[in-house]
Ligand binder design. Sequence first.
Ligand SMILES: [Mg+2]
Length: 219
Amino acid sequence: MERRVSTDGPRGILFDLDGTLVDSLPDIIASFLHGFAHLGLPVPPIAEVRALIGQPLDVMYTQFAPDHVPLLCATYREHYPLNFLNHSRPFRGVERVLRTLRERGYLLAVATTKRSDMARRFVDALGMGDLLHHVQGTDGFPHKPAPDVLHRALAALGTGGLWMVGDTTLDLRAGQAAGLRTYAVTWGTHSQEELALATPDELQPDLERLLAHLPSLSG
Ligand SMILES: [Mg+2]
């Protein structure tokens, strides 16, 4: 039966992409640094770049070379799609968790600070396109910790939200602002100590507790 019952409760689960679903930070950092070398600018330390991942590209570049931001962004957007699969892979267990949640009746979306076109291309290239009902990027509206990208993802799913899963305090604050429960994974950008400051509902080294919170809706 195809009928969708409008009185169903919320069943949207939102995931940050980089550092949450996908171990993509080395490729992002490599493309980020490529621009400096390409333009003959001093190359910033990797640790300082890593700490900024999750923020928009132009914000990140402004920290190091405020006079060259448009050119650095353009160089990145050319380099990154040609190199974004060099080392990037889904974190261990991610695909199984997404598949299980889908089978249990939840609607799954990415909510990322990447632009939608780049995010979609990346997800498809990783072979994860069929696991997600929607990929929502940040296209010219306020980025996380503002909740806008989460609201758009849920609107595209056509349901209310239950959980926001992320690897930075930006994800957690966005989730809280959108009225969702928040799940922090400790395998990404921010340390366990930093994540704890944002008081997530769960702070875990894997996604097993998410499955425990979300039983099958079909039964
Ligand atoms: Mg992230």
